[in-house]
Design a protein around this ligand. Structure first.
Ligand code: PLP
Length: 445
């Protein structure tokens, strides 16, 4: 009975996934449908209840989270699913980070901290940004530690724009950016990038876009990029800054959370705030999830001139108060005790995985990666020669037929592509590439 019921749940889940995980209905509609499925009977229709906040009808759930939930559901009911959909390393944080968290708990560091974070962590962040990135922030007034970089992006956006404003989001984008713009009451403006430019921002196109959108108040700059892995060079960033100097009302939200994972010869990523004339208008976002595999610690930060940092702190003070005290102690260890060699080894390992995935994709018929990604841990191959470019249908069939989970590129503003996260073991990558090859070959026949 348990098995039969769970199979039915899986079928419903897959059916739902066609619309909810991959398709258009937004949260309000999905929530109501789910309630009806659960309670309705022909004789006594369940009352709908008071309405949700209308804002929710504008917001899409996170596709990555939904695909991941579907994977977990399928795994509960059958053989394992090979999942390359979530953006997190598959290994543990360094031992000294875990030890610091345990020591903090034993030492009674279990209370609220200052809203902006412990003095120790803010000092460690300021020192790290100064020594590695060449940007100087006052740890007292210019750094706000939050519960993950995601919260910091949101607070940064809320601090710098609102209803009537526009947020320029280069596509392909991290799906949370346009949704966050909507959440703060602003309108996202999508700036397309070209695959042959490695999906990097074209300064001339940016200038055109800003001229066309005088209400633009924020430019999202994800560098290195999720989902493309593209890294804007120092020269390109300077060209972008040159354009922005003509638009002094635009704040740059520089999400640099992947900056420790760069595979160019220099292995580094220029901090946008370090460019001449950009410090006073840049809100830098960074964190510990990707560099130190600390996703579950929920620890990130925002570094910005005092007026933005103060605004973000006011918002955080009313939303979550502060990040976990234990995670903050772990964050200090991450910055002060983890040897550079660990981080370099991590980046080297990711680069090997990237190279492997690229070499496999390169031999698959009808799959192309125009410019190899230089950072983060994602590849966004074009698979539009399959399924007439319907990446959602492709991903659904891939999941059903091969139990391989990838995220449809449409959810990143890149229809006709799929996003592959290669932050997993070589063994798992080998299995995944085999499944993808077999699946695509079966569609060619
Ligand atoms: N920014 C980008 C571009 C990301 O890809 C992610 C996570 O996937 C985040 C921010 C959020 O990271 P965190 O786990 O610190 O909230």
């Amino acid at each position: 009975m348990g098995r039969r019921r769970s199979l039915a749940v899986a079928a419903a889940c897959l059916a739902l996934s066609t619309c909810a995980a991959f398709g258009p209905p937004r949260l309000g509609a999905t929530a109501r449908t789910a309630t009806r499925l659960h309670h309705a009977s022909p004789s006594s229709p369940e009352p709908e209840g008071p309405p949700l906040n209308p804002l929710l009808s504008r917001i899409k759930p996170s596709k990555t989270v939904e695909v991941f939930s579907l994977v977990k559901q399928m795994e509960a009911e059958g053989p394992p699913v090979t999942s390359l959909c979530v953006g997190e390393p598959d290994f543990a944080p360094p031992q000294c980070v875990l030890d610091a968290a345990a020591a903090a708990m034993s030492a009674g560091q279990t209370r609220y901290t200052a809203v902006t974070g412990t003095a120790d962590l803010r000092a460690a962040i300021a020192s790290d940004l100064k020594s590695r990135k060449g940007v100087e922030y006052d740890p007292v007034s210019e750094i706000v530690v939050g519960n993950g970089a995601k919260q910091c992006v949101y607070q940064g956006m809320l601090a710098s724009c609102g209803p009537g404003d526009e947020v320029v989001v280069p596509a392909p984008y991290w799906p949370s950016y346009p949704e966050m713009a909507l959440l703060v009451g602003a309108e996202p403006v999508i700036l397309e990038t070209a695959v042959e430019d490695g999906y990097l921002i074209n300064p001339a196109r940016l200038e055109e876009c800003l001229n066309d959108h005088p209400k633009a108040r924020v430019l999202m700059l994800c560098n290195p990029s999720n989902p493309t892995g593209g890294v804007h060079s120092a020269e390109l960033l300077e060209e972008i800054a040159a354009v922005l100097r003509k638009f002094p009302n635009v704040v740059i939200l520089a999400d640099e959370i992947y900056e420790r994972l760069v595979y160019t010869d220099s292995g580094t990523c220029t901090a946008f705030a370090s460019l001449p004339g950009m410090f006073h208008r840049t809100i830098t976002i960074n964190g510990f999830s990707k560099s130190h595999a600390m996703t579950g610690f929920r620890l990130g930060y925002l570094a910005a001139p005092a007026r933005y940092a103060r605004a973000a702190a006011v918002l955080q003070g009313q939303i979550t108060s502060c990040a976990s005290s234990v995670s903050q102690a772990a964050g200090v260890a991450a910055l002060e005790e983890v040897p550079e060699s660990w981080l370099e080894g991590n980046a080297r390992g990711m680069k090997e995985k990237r190279d492997y995935v690229l070499s496999e994709l390169g031999t698959m018929d009808g799959v192309s990666v125009a410019v190899p990604p230089d950072g983060a841990f994602y590849v966004l191959p074009d698979v539009s020669s399959y399924y007439d470019g319907d990446d959602t249908a492709l991903c659904l069939d891939l999941l059903k037929e091969q139990r391989l989970a990838l995220v449809p590129g449409g959810s990143f503003g890149a229809p006709g592509t799929v996003r592959i996260s290669y932050a997993t073991s070589m063994e798992e990558l080998g299995v995944a590439m085999g499944k993808l090859r077999e699946f695509l070959e079966s569609k060619r026949r």
